[in-house]
Design a protein around this ligand. Structure first.
Ligand SMILES: [Zn+2]
Length: 387
């Protein structure tokens, strides 16, 4: 059933036989930018590897020793499980802190962010609070179901997580709290309306998020489901070096995510990973008496971390397919491969992205095709044979 689901979710609008033509990357991106981007990214890759290793080692130790922190408390098994979950998270956070500080220091050094350390810590604080809440909720659900259904908790458990994921996807745009405002640009609004007609989409609100005080990096995203669908542009995209043609490509790309139902499909993919993931969690925690017992929680944290890392190459591959589809559809409606190419060049400059990063980094971190491949797709679209 999962395979059938995957087969249904997999096809994209990108022609199956599309071959990416080769070209001189230094010619398009400039060798100075590529050199600088490589130096910048090399450090962050090393930092990422160390962070991951630390995470797994710390959780491995915690899975063996963590139970010792457990006291027969008035909290009961689920309460004790939550305490163990939060303690594990706090230890991981503390041990990883130096690596995050190092990455932030590096970003500031390369001028990728202007955010000072204090604002950065507070930003991180909000994230941490969210993680604590999520882990408590997750343990409440899993442990509650496991105490009720025993080893059969995994399927309803996975279903609950998928439902929460879908609910969150739907509500997220409403939890904006004034972080964005409507896009006030008649030319772009008109272009977006045209793309919506081309895609057969209903009207989708365009919003702008102000980040230019903290960074020059440019970004945009599509989120929400059905009536909550939105496209958000970072205001950095609206300034130089980005041209109107490039801004239109971004809008067409983001609207393509909605037109290809990438958000609902993402929830489908989540189910395809969550169901076997929950089963593996059930099997591996049996030796600690199963997820109904607090003793299983430290081991469960390790299992989830390993599963997340193991699944990331497949998840990134799926994400790259969706991103390639959004690029392809953007080319079809804007018919402007030159702007897509310049957009990638400017992404590389403003975010210091290596256009052609090492393969292993794409495997574990590549949610998008490489900038070099995205330019190659623009070239492929532009080839006289096709158009
Ligand atoms: Zn995208």
């Amino acid at each position: 059933m999962l395979i059938v689901g995957a087969a249904l979710l997999l096809p994209t609008a990108v022609p199956d036989d599309l071959a990416l033509p080769s070209y001189d990357i230094a010619d398009v991106f400039g060798s100075a930018v590529i050199e600088k981007a490589r130096r910048y990214e090399r450090f962050l890759y090393a930092d990422w590897v160390l962070t991951e290793i630390t995470l797994l080692v710390v959780l491995w130790i915690y899975s063996r020793k963590g139970v010792a922190f457990m006291r027969e408390s008035a909290a009961g098994p689920i309460g004790t499980g939550m305490l163990l979950g939060m303690l594990g998270l706090a230890i991981v956070w503390l041990v990883q802190l130096p690596f995050r500080v190092a990455a932030h220091w590096w970003d500031r050094r390369y001028d990728v962010t202007d955010l000072d350390y204090l604002s950065w810590v507070f930003q991180d604080w909000g994230l941490l609070a969210g993680e604590f809440t999520s882990i408590c909720l997750a343990l409440l659900i899993v442990m509650g179901l496991a105490r009720w259904l025993g080893d059969h908790w995994w399927l309803p458990g996975a279903a609950v997580f998928v439902a929460i994921g879908a609910l969150f996807s739907f509500v997220a745009p409403y939890l904006d709290f004034g972080a964005t405002k409507p896009l006030d640009d008649p030319v772009l609004t008109e272009a977006a309306a045209q793309y919506e007609r081309d895609y057969g989409l209903a009207h989708i609100p365009l919003r702008v998020q102000e980040v230019s005080a903290d960074t020059d990096q440019a970004n945009a995203f599509a989120y929400g489901l059905g009536p909550s669908r939105r496209v958000v542009l970072w205001d950095t995209l609206l300034y130089e070096p980005f041209t109107q043609g490039e801004q239109k490509v971004v809008l067409a790309h983001e609207l393509a995510h909605h037109s290809s139902e990438h958000l609902p499909k993402g929830i489908g993919w989540f189910a395809i990973f969550a169901i076997p993931g929950a089963w593996i969690l059930m099997r591996t925690t049996r030796r600690r008496g199963g997820m109904g017992r607090a003793e299983a929680v430290p081991l469960a944290l390790l299992v989830v971390a390993v599963l997340q890392l193991a699944a990331s190459p497949a998840q990134n591959w799926i994400s790259r397919r969706m991103e390639a589809e959004a690029d392809w559809k953007a080319l079809e409606v804007t018919r402007d491969p030159a702007s897509l190419e310049m957009l990638m060049v400017n992404f590389s400059r403003t975010s210091l992205g290596d256009p052609d990063p090492p393969g292993w980094t794409q495997l574990f971190l590549g949610t998008h095709p490489t900038l070099a491949d995205r330019v190659a797709m623009a070239h492929a679209w532009n080839e006289p044979a096709g158009h």
